[in-house]
Design a binder for this molecule. Structure first.
Ligand code: MG
Ligand code: MG
Ligand code: MG
Length: 320
């Protein structure tokens, strides 16, 4: 039986990329014979994904010559390595019927538990790839240029080219090292190419855009969905904003949500217009100290869902 490496639902470049990178690292580590020293599982790893790649991920995989990993949405009877998440709401169906072999992540610890001890590595850094660079160093496995390029892409994507507050000094240092190995001289030019690909919203349906980078949360017993669309210029979304809002209302009804929030993030201006559909508009004011202006609120300097949006909302929902 093989082990599937899989990232979160509505995958981003880090989720699909780190599945590819972990499968590579795992199989090379296994070949050295040293994996057996600390692990009691010994099967080969295969990268997988839970959904379609976004245009940025597609661009990165094409540019670096990687194939799209296979689709895996049901964990029943499978051995799994989870990357870039540890929340039940973000993982494969029937996770309780899967055997989790390892979790490698950089988010808050979620609600997935295991009956046995596993390899569990989580660091408060900007990207799963930063954690993986450390694992390459620890295991002594060499990083080939295309894998280095993919790891760099993940870091640039998750940290929004180091602009996000999630960025650590380690992320920057690791990115420099990876760029060297990958032979990428101009890291920022590479990042801009990625962000331009990501900003391609033309012709996409509001539903596709809403769910492109979307996560469900349980906040004090309330079902909350938070999506994010990152673009190089918010005016790219002017024409579709109303349709996005209508779609959020629909999804809220269909999914029995308390709230759906959509971060429209301007990568260059470094801020977010937060579209809000909620049973309790007060929760927005509680979280950010700003009243809803119509459908949205502008949050200057906010770019990170996990550090700047989820924690204030969790607090606000707890005090509703
Ligand atoms: Mg991710
Ligand atoms: Mg990530
Ligand atoms: Mg992200």
């Amino acid at each position: 039986m093989s082990i599937y490496v899989v990232g979160h639902k509505n995958p981003d470049t880090d989720s699909i990329g780190s599945a590819i990178v972990v499968a590579y690292l795992w199989n090379k580590w296994r070949e050295t014979g040293k994996m057996k020293d600390v692990m009691n599982v010994d099967e080969e790893a295969i990268p997988a994904r839970q959904g379609d790649p976004n245009p940025e991920t597609e661009f990165v995989l094409n540019k670096l010559g990687f194939e799209l990993p296979e689709l895996l949405t049901d964990g029943a009877g499978k051995k799994l390595i989870l990357v870039d998440h540890s929340e039940k709401s973000q993982t494969v169906d029937n996770i309780d019927q899967a055997e989790i072999v390892a979790i490698i992540d950089h988010h808050k610890i979620g609600d997935i538990t295991t009956p046995n001890p596993i390899l569990f590595i989580n660091l408060p850094v900007g990207c799963t790839m930063t954690v993986l660079k450390i694992l390459f160093d620890v295991t002594g496995v060499e990083i080939p240029p295309n894998i280095a390029g993919l790891m760099l892409a993940g870091i640039l994507s998750d940290t929004v080219a180091f602009k996000s507050v999630t960025t650590t000094e380690k992320c920057k240092k690791v990115a420099e090292e990876l760029a060297k190995i990958a032979g990428i001289d101009d890291m920022m030019a590479f990042a801009m190419e990625m962000f331009k690909a990501k900003s391609d919203v033309a012709g996409k349906s509001p539903r596709d855009l809403l769910f492109r980078d979307y996560k469900d949360f349980d906040m004090s017993g309330k079902k909350v969905g938070i999506g994010q669309i990152e673009v190089v210029d918010l005016s790219l979304l002017d024409e579709i904003k109303d349709a996005l809002y209508e779609e959020m209302k629909k999804v809220k009804e269909e999914g029995g949500y308390h709230s759906i929030f959509l971060m429209l993030t301007d990568i260059m201006k470094e801020g977010t217009e937060l579209l809000c559909v909620t049973d309790d508009p007060e929760v927005v004011e509680k979280a950010f100290g700003k009243k809803l202006e119509g459908k949205s609120v502008w949050l200057d300097g906010v770019m990170s869902r996990k550090k700047q949006v989820v924690p204030p909302f969790e607090k606000a929902f707890a005090s509703l």
